[in-house]
Design a protein around this ligand. Structure first.
Ligand SMILES: [Zn+2]
Length: 270
């Protein structure tokens, strides 16, 4: 807020909120809530030809600025602050129609911002959806035996925006084989093995991972094969390229995610 030793004179008439009881020098009305000083004598707003203006308290900068822009006649309202020893701005007097137009402009801005936010949110949702679909397709390409609903769930989980999970990492966005397999391994660990129970029963994470490594490998080997080709583990098929990638990804993910990787990386390899 700007303060002045004397009432500031700029931009139209200056209106004062008096600290003492004052009467209009012309019509004798009083006490006046607002007055204009003309040659040192107080006048009410009606006598000063400002009676048609409406008061807009300070606080909304954009609305204030626009109200004055939209008003042919406007006035600044000040009050003397005794403690500070200066006049302080309280608000403005503006034309009612000008205030209405200013409010419309501010509302239009708010509405435009709201519409843009909605558009942005919709675009992000579409991006997320496309990303999740691409992720799920990639899972099924690498692991054709992975059930569609599992692939979708894994992809959705991995691509939750802002989660920092593998799906949102740079590698995940690029749908690198390793990132996709890492997401699958993480899901398999929690859904298809006793990993979570082991953790809950107090088994250390590295030990828990070591114990379930075989189950994870078995599930990946199963999914690496077309569902029609061979059902279940032990179908005898050697690890295909996808499974090799899986093993690599597993080891790689461990190496990335952990300080002490040796046990896990070894356990993760086929
Ligand atoms: Zn008067």
């Amino acid at each position: 807020m700007t303060g002045h030793k004397t009432p500031p004179h700029h931009a139209g008439p200056l209106v004062i909120q008096p600290l003492r009881r004052r009467q209009c020098a012309e019509c004798r009305r009083g006490p006046l809530p607002l007055l204009v000083l003309e040659e040192g004598a107080p006048r009410c707003l009606d006598c000063a030809d400002l009676g048609h203006l409406v008061f807009l308290p300070r606080g909304d900068t954009a609305l204030t600025r626009r109200s004055r822009e939209e008003s042919g006649l406007s006035a600044v309202v000040v009050r003397f602050n005794r403690r500070q020893g200066r006049y302080e701005r309280q608000g403005v007097l503006v034309e009612e129609a000008g205030l209405a137009r200013a409010e419309e402009r501010c509302l239009a801005d708010a509405e435009a911002r709201r519409r843009r936010r909605t558009r942005d949110a919709r675009r992000r949702a579409e991006e997320d959806l496309r990303f999740t679909e691409a992720f799920a397709r990639e899972i099924r390409r690498l692991l054709p035996g992975c059930p569609a609903d599992r692939a979708e769930a894994i992809a959705a989980h991995a691509s939750v925006r802002g989660s920092g999970r593998v799906g949102r990492s740079a590698a995940g966005r690029a749908l690198s084989e390793r990132a996709v397999i890492s997401a699958v391994v993480a899901a398999v660990r929690h859904v298809d093995t006793s990993y979570d129970q082991l953790l809950m029963s107090g088994v250390a994470r590295h030990e828990a991972r070591r114990r379930i490594a075989g189950a994870v490998d078995a599930r990946l080997r199963e999914w690496a094969t077309e569902a029609e080709a061979g059902v279940g583990p032990g179908a005898g098929a050697g690890p295909g390229p996808s499974l090799e990638a899986a093993a690599e990804a597993e080891a790689g993910a461990e190496a990335e995610a952990e300080v002490d990787t040796r046990d896990d990386a070894g356990a993760g390899a086929v």
